[in-house]
Design a binder for this molecule. Sequence first.
Ligand SMILES: Cc1cc2nc3c(=O)[nH]c(=O)nc-3n(C[C@H](O)[C@H](O)[C@H](O)COP(=O)(O)OP(=O)(O)OC[C@H]3O[C@@H](n4cnc5c(N)ncnc54)[C@H](O)[C@@H]3O)c2cc1C
Length: 127
Amino acid sequence: MYTAEFAYKKATSVAEAIQLLQQHPEAKLLAGGHSLIPAMKLRLAAPPALIDISKVAELRGVRREGDTLVVGAMTTYRELETSDLLKAHCPLIPQAVYHIGDPMVRAKGTIGGSLAHADPAADLPAS
Ligand SMILES: Cc1cc2nc3c(=O)[nH]c(=O)nc-3n(C[C@H](O)[C@H](O)[C@H](O)COP(=O)(O)OP(=O)(O)OC[C@H]3O[C@@H](n4cnc5c(N)ncnc54)[C@H](O)[C@@H]3O)c2cc1C
């Protein structure tokens, strides 16, 4: 099935994403699209607009700030799986991510998308 019609907007920074959300309060953020697009194709979701945050570089990556590991919402499963910082300090995450879907899902799916989607059967929320 095809999705319902929607407007497509692309943000290149967090500030731009917030501005677009203010302009389109009914919009959904589009991260890896691996939960949202199937839901739209099944017409379980029909947002009037999508705001693509996949190119927002400041939301990506794993870094250390003092005693804290900071993981950006747009960090993909693949990046979590291969992060030396996570392997050293929080190995549960790379180990859990290894079992998610297939290489294509892991290349596109993001930690922010998984947590926001909040599927109780998903791997990352429980991890
Ligand atoms: C074939 C297949 C196999 C899969 N297998 C597994 C599996 O084994 N284990 C598992 O856990 N999952 C699995 N999934 C789900 C996959 O992990 C999804 O990628 C994930 O649930 C959603 O991440 P996403 O980046 O694709 O988010 P999207 O689909 O883009 O977004 C999901 C929701 O989160 C919202 N959102 C996204 N980013 C943000 C943000 N930064 N802030 C606020 N809201 C946000 C969106 O608006 C949307 O409502 C599978 C999916 C597919 C298609």
